[in-house]
Design a protein around this ligand. Structure first.
Ligand code: SAM
Length: 234
């Protein structure tokens, strides 16, 4: 399959951006995250694997194996319909066939709310007790980083909306570590800090809502807090 089906051309991005300027949400304030100041996803994932002595890793969306090839663990499965990993298929097809369970699942496939939520719900079904789900790209800095469809070369999509929805659920404990574009951290246990947000359709949340409430909506934590959480110190 052709990876270009997934990555739009510059010209496509340009026309989409113009369209969005005219008809999309108009809110241009930015969050000031300088991601170079923080640890990257593979160092954090490898540290968690070491601390918890995890054995089985699943990555959804592997593109060129930049992250996948660096993960140090006994068993790795990577799923991507176009590039990288070990299984050439979509995450939906993988979860339909899969019979294995994993200690740690990294979700970084299609960055659209509905797909991410489905990837999270499917991952919960195949997570070992005491396992962890990590979701990439949860903290977009600008409106352009989170539009659907993609209108910027650096694209997080609206993954953040899936995290906000998980924050409202009783049975998942959800955080967002401030590192590498935002790492959603999901534990399969009772929610310790449930977000009380009475809305029916999380897809309709606006970037302005996120900008004004992101600490509470996303339950942001530092890298230090993340490792304290992993070691059951908080
Ligand atoms: C941002 S890249 C992944 C980057 C990689 N995880 C890393 O950390 O370097 C997203 C990948 O998701 C893949 N993808 C797109 N739709 C998908 C789907 N439905 N299921 C699984 N992967 C998908 C794309 O082919 C692309 O390679």
């Amino acid at each position: 399959m052709d990876l270009n089906q997934y990555i739009p051309s510059r010209i496509t991005i340009f026309f989409r951006r113009m369209f969005f300027y005219l008809l999309g949400e108009k809110f241009y304030k930015k969050l000031n995250y300088d991601w170079h100041q923080y640890q990257n996803r593979f160092d954090i994932i490898n540290k968690i694997i070491k601390i918890k002595s995890y054995k089985k890793y699943l990555e959804i969306g592997c593109q060129s194996d930049v992250n996948f090839s660096r993960i140090q663990i006994d068993q790795r499965i990577g799923v991507d319909p176009y590039d990288g990993g070990t299984h050439r298929m979509t995450s939906d097809d993988f979860f339909k066939e899969n019979k294995e369970r994993f200690d740690i699942i990294f979700i970084d496939g299609l960055h659209e709310y509905e797909q991410v939520l489905r990837d999270i719900k499917n991952s919960v079904k195949f997570l070992n007790d005491n396992g962890i789900i990590i979701v990439h790209d949860c903290l977009p800095s600008k409106i352009w980083h989170q539009t659907i469809p993609q209108t910027h070369s650096s694209w997080n999509g609206d993954v953040w909306k899936a995290i906000v929805e998980c924050r409202t659920l009783e049975n998942l404990d959800t955080y967002t570590c401030i590192a590498d574009h935002g790492l959603g951290i999901i534990l399969n246990r009772n929610n310790r800090n449930r977000l009380k947000l009475e809305i029916k359709n999380f897809k309709e949340l606006k970037f302005k809502d996120y900008y004004e409430n992101h600490k509470e909506f996303m339950n942001t934590i530092s890298e230090t807090d993340l490792f304290n959480l992993i070691e059951n110190k908080i």
